[in-house]
Design a protein around this ligand. Structure first.
Ligand code: EPS
Length: 394
């Protein structure tokens, strides 16, 4: 339904995205996008590049007179750093950094200069994912769906006692608290410890990874499907989040903790309140059978530490065939706080896609009444035949 492409090198003139399949009539301005781009630029542990860039999205197609037309939306962000690279003679790069795409990019494409892999593999590309995600967020907002996130752990420092919850207001408060934290963590004492750990890691000339949780609130039940593997929303979300640079693990709800529980403790038991069916807990993270159930949708991403370390690592100089130490390239020390809006963006994209698929997506005007008539988890919406039946195959 909805698809996007990105293009651009980290130090090329600009980055481009095309988002195709957005319905007509959605109010949209570059300010909506720039807000999220600015969030991607902030976070304790960032490298020098973010002091150079002032990411701003120019909308060059698909939005006229402040509203989407239904045509492909084209977005362009200039790389201000390009001016420094444009006419410069660039040192050859022949020593791959373990964990980056230097080596695998070269083996795949036959590059005779490793920087060609670096330029496209760089997390600079996530600028355009965040821009696209901001457009998707604007669509979701029209239907009361809010997506936010925060950092759950950095290195060995984690928010104590954290688990998924069915309480939407709890998450709203966490989103706000995290935005006020330099490390984007909702728990203040943990924020302090994370900040101290990042500082120590910078002094130690090392890098740090961590875990991010993104939560979508107000998601209607019925997005995704159990009927086929590629329609399960859990799988679509996992693929989208796993595609983010440095993400090495994805979890839905309390997935990994549930694997250690007996079944009777792992399920979210149901009860009825005022004709509505509710879950007592939310270990499932808002997804059952690959379909949203209306509870907060919870997805976690584990990010490995960035591959570029100030402390050299053992490698091989491909030009000489000799053992060599990696050379430092400017990078982040801890990208995790800055990556929260990137995970949010990918979740916004998948949810916008699933919503358009559910409602039909030519125009906002057509989508609204369909959204209002969606079945909810209410007894009144779920009449049962309650009589014996047969398979009745021919
Ligand atoms: C990034 C821009 C890059 C890197 C970083 C993320 O810019 P530069 O290479 O000029 O410093 O700082 O990318 C990586 C961490 C990486 O490993 O490629 C950005 O805009 O987020």
């Amino acid at each position: 339904m909805l698809r996007f492409l990105t293009a651009g090198e980290s130090h090329g003139p600009s980055l481009t995205a095309i988002l195709e399949g957005m319905p007509a009539g959605l109010p949209l301005s570059s300010a909506d996008i720039d807000r999220d781009l600015a969030r991607r630029q902030q976070g304790y542990g960032s490298g020098g590049r973010m002091k150079i860039e002032r990411d701003h999205a120019r909308i060059t197609a698909g939005v006229m007179d402040g509203k989407t037309t239904g045509g492909p939306i084209a977005l362009v962000v200039e790389n201000l750093d390009h001016a420094k690279w444009r006419d410069r003679e660039i040192e050859p790069m022949t020593i791959p950094r373990p964990g980056h795409a230097d080596l695998t990019g070269a083996v795949k494409y036959g590059y005779r200069e490793l920087r060609l892999a670096l330029e496209r593999a760089s997390a600079r590309e996530t600028t355009m994912r965040v821009a696209v995600g901001a457009v998707c967020r604007a669509l979701l907002r029209e239907f009361g769906i809010v997506v936010g996130g925060y950092v759950l752990s950095i290195g060995e420092v984690s928010v104590p006692g954290h688990a998924s919850s069915p309480d939407q207001t709890l998450y709203q408060a966490r989103f706000a608290q995290a935005e006020a934290s330099e490390v984007r963590c909702y728990d203040e004492p943990t924020s302090e410890r994370m900040r101290a750990l990042i500082r120590q890691t910078m002094e130690d000339k090392d890098t740090l990874g961590g875990v991010i949780e993104v939560v979508a609130l107000g998601v209607p039940p019925g997005l995704g499907s159990h009927v086929h593997w590629d329609r399960r929303l859990s799988g679509r979300l996992a693929q989208a989040v796993m595609s983010i640079h440095a993400v090495k693990g994805v979890e839905i709800g309390d997935g990994f903790a549930e694997a250690r529980l007996p079944g009777t403790l792992a399920q979210d038991q149901l009860y009825v309140e005022d004709g509505a069916i509710r879950q007592r807990t939310n270990h499932a993270g808002g997804l059952e059978g690959g379909i949203t159930n209306g509870a907060p949708l919870v997805i976690r991403a584990a990010l490995k530490p960035i591959a570029t370390t100030l402390t050299p690592l053992d490698s091989v100089d491909l030009a000489t065939g000799q053992a060599a130490q990696t050379r430092y390239e400017r990078s982040d020390f801890c990208q995790v706080p800055r990556a929260v809006p990137i995970v949010e963006a990918m979740v916004c994209f998948v949810l916008a896609d699933a919503l358009i698929e559910k409602l039909g997506g030519d125009s906002l005007e057509e989508m609204r009444p369909r959204f209002a008539s969606l079945r909810r988890l209410r007894l009144a919406d779920l009449p049962m035949d309650n009589r014996p039946w047969r398979f009745g195959y021919e």
